[in-house]
Design a protein around this ligand. Structure first.
Ligand SMILES: [Zn+2]
Length: 239
């Protein structure tokens, strides 16, 4: 018995294993046939399969599972969140806010409001003193926006024929003292002459030989103005 039992077990297990492997082989064979058949089918009508797949996948993914998952959590949250949603009336508001951002500075270029406090106070004192002498100092160009300075430079390039020649008269924004509020152009001619003669008393100096209208706070009141520069295109550009 003890000798017979061991051999029987292997036979039974062998039979089982054989039957199992046979079944597996059969399944694999059938499966491979099915796969091969489906592959043939895919090869034969790729177009129809391609057309069908998106529809089936889309309806199955979005239609079946999301509602099941969200339906449990949505009822409490979806109901309160739906009422506030119909407030898309805010869209018109971004429209008017954009123009306000792009609009230039609030000050007028022909006023002294955009100038630095030092230049503004000095110019006001000088203007009052000139008025006492019968001379009216008018601001033709004080602080300029970057956009305005760029526009002036473009116009100067057209007028003078080249960038190199244009920057003798109009500097790019990053180099212009006007954009920083540190320069002022004045007029008319008598006012230019008066300020060139008396500006030093208020710390105001003409800067460029080619621009008799351009003044900056280049010295302390009562001090000595530096020598004129040929133009703003020099090494110490600021005009
Ligand atoms: Zn100037």
């Amino acid at each position: 018995m003890t000798n017979e039992l061991p051999p029987r077990r292997p036979t039974s297990t062998r039979a089982r294993s054989l039957s199992v492997t046979g079944a597996v082989v059969a399944v694999l064979a059938v499966g491979s046939l099915l796969i091969w058949h489906s592959q043939l089918g895919n090869l034969l009508d790729l177009n129809s399969a391609a057309d069908k797949q998106p529809v089936v996948a889309g309806s199955g993914a979005s239609g079946r599972t999301p509602p099941m998952e969200t339906s449990a959590t949505l009822p409490p949250t979806a109901a309160p969140t739906k009422p506030p949603k119909p407030k898309p009336t805010k869209k018109p508001s971004p429209g008017p806010t954009k123009p306000t951002k792009t609009t230039g500075p609030a000050y007028d270029e022909e006023s002294d409001l955009g100038l630095t406090s030092k230049l503004r106070s000095r110019l006001r004192k000088a203007t009052a003193a000139a008025k006492a002498d019968g001379i009216t100092i008018s601001i033709t160009s004080g602080r300029r926006s970057v956009a305005k300075q760029n526009a002036l430079l473009k116009a100067a390039i057209v007028r003078y024929g080249s960038y190199r020649e244009a920057i003798r008269w109009v500097l790019p924004p990053e180099k212009s003292a006007h954009v920083k509020g540190k320069a002022v152009d004045i007029g008319p001619r008598p006012a230019m002459a008066w300020l060139e003669k008396n500006g030093w008393r208020y710390g105001l100096c003409r800067r460029y030989d080619n621009e008799p209208w351009h003044f900056e706070a280049l010295t302390s009141p009562g001090g000595r103005c530096p020598a004129l520069q040929v133009s703003g295109a020099g090494p110490a550009e600021a005009g």
